[in-house]
Design a protein around this ligand. Structure first.
Ligand SMILES: [Zn+2]
Length: 445
């Protein structure tokens, strides 16, 4: 027996079309006009924009080992409320995910705690043994991709050597996985950080100067050059510096696949206009000036940016609400991903179709999950988000699912509330609230 989703405005790649969706056994069975309603259950989606569930490839679920910051249960509750139905979880947990046993252990730990489907990254660094065989084994064990931290970050993982990066990108082409890079040049960051410290400066502008655009540009050029040489698949996470896009544009002329992600933090904030938010928008790479932010939006609209993902990175109050220079870097946003992008679309910054492309289709493709995830094509998992474009609301602290109620979006007015979310055909969110009594998410791969 199926479920018929009736009369929604379906957001396809190139157009928004009113249609019905028939869901059978958790899959999209048919999409079309006036699909026969001989079904026991019909859900009325008239007046709703209907998108494939968002795939967020950049989430720090903090389990295992960092549960004091947040846990996977709450993170994925927040995710599904934000229209996200698939989460790719970062490997800088404790212990870091650097071997097949640790990957499998983490997978079993998180199973049963997730409100969304999920997959796990492995970390890319110098493992100490044979790099190539470890990467191959991690892929075989189900790693959805690899994450390389080129500069210091949460967990203090060392940056990979040239040999490790080269080997990973070479294998990425052969085996079809993607290597995600936190692209800031470590030496560059160290040099400018010590200079800013010596000047005794503090705050968002100082943070920008301590990790200036040059550090991103150098790192992205380095990564893109290697990717070009081996034809590999590199993904630049959380691009902060618009000028670095010239490197990306150039790299796309050759056989390499170099993708770019931008976060809501870098799209919605800069150190000039919302400087009062202070440590709440302290992230690495830093938010930059308003001119740069406008350029990032243009790159999103023009298609130069592939993905908008959250880099959702919760911390505790005592780590975040302290003196700026001592505060942990990272911001939270997963509970508002689709509403934030939908607000921008409804205000005319980007077409509505672009939201589905940036948040669902492209990330699913880049990480090998398409078309089961990230699409509403027949055969896809029925991960479906229905947004009420007429609903406006102001983000309140009380509504946050996060363990620590810290987010720069409190007080912000959003348009386009997530009304319903289906995960593999099961209604998980209805009327903007979670309606299942236990998590239904499953590990992918
Ligand atoms: Zn991150």
């Amino acid at each position: 027996m199926g479920v018929l989703l009736r009369g929604g405005a379906i957001v396809f790649r190139d157009a928004v079309v009113e249609a019905d969706i028939l869901v059978e056994e958790g899959k999209v069975a048919r999409v079309g006009k006036s699909v026969d309603s001989g079904y026991s259950k019909t859900i009325d989606l008239r007046g709703r924009l209907v998108l494939p569930g968002a795939v967020d490839p950049h989430v720090h679920g903090r389990e295992p080992g960092l549960e004091y910051k947040d846990d996977f249960y709450r993170t994925t509750r927040a995710a599904v409320l934000g229209g996200v139905t698939t989460v790719l979880d970062m490997p800088n947990t404790l212990p870091p995910v650097d071997s097949p046993p640790k990957l499998l252990e983490k997978k079993s730990l998180l199973s049963g705690k997730s409100y969304v489907d999920f997959a796990l990254y492995a970390v890319l660094y110098d493992y100490g043994g044979d790099v190539e065989s470890n990467i191959v084994e991690l892929v075989k064990s189900g790693a959805v991709g690899f994450k390389a931290f080129m500069a210091q970050t949460t967990g203090n993982l060392p940056p990979p050597s040239f040999k490790t990066i080269y080997t990973a990108l070479e294998l990425s082409r052969k085996l079809g996985f993607t290597v995600v890079f936190h692209a800031e040049n470590r030496e560059c960051v160290e040099f400018f950080t010590s200079r800013v410290l010596a000047e005794g400066r503090d705050g968002l502008k100082a943070h920008n100067d301590a990790r200036p655009p040059l550090c991103e540009e150098l790192s992205i050029e380095y990564i893109a050059s290697i990717a070009e040489a081996v034809g590999g698949r590199a993904y630049i996470a959380h691009l902060g510096t618009a000028s670095a896009l010239k490197t990306i544009r150039k790299s796309r002329r050759g056989p390499a696949e170099v993708y770019v992600e931008v976060t809501p933090t870098h799209l919605f904030f800069d150190y000039e206009e919302r400087g009062e938010l202070g440590t709440l928008i302290k992230v690495n790479p830093p938010v930059r000036d308003s001119k740069n932010r406008a350029k990032l939006w243009r790159a999103v609209a023009s298609g130069l940016v592939d993905v908008v993902a959250t880099d959702h990175a919760p911390h505790a109050e005592y780590e975040k609400m302290v003196e700026f220079s001592k505060a942990a870097a990272g911001a939270t946003s997963i509970q508002h991903l689709v509403p934030l992008m939908m607000t921008s679309a409804l205000e005319g910054a980007i077409p509505v179709t672009k939201v589905a492309e940036l948040c669902s289709e492209k990330p699913a493709k880049i990480f090998g999950l398409y078309p089961v995830k990230g699409s509403l094509l027949p055969g896809a998992d029925a991960d479906i988000v229905a947004v009420d474009p007429s609903a406006e609301y102001v983000v309140s602290k009380e509504s946050l699912e996060y363990k620590h109620k810290l987010t720069p979006y409190v007080g912000r007015k959003l348009r386009g509330r997530v009304d319903k979310v289906l995960l593999r055909g099961e209604m998980v969110v209805d009327g903007g609230a979670i309606v299942v009594d236990k998590p239904l998410g499953r590990p992918l791969r």
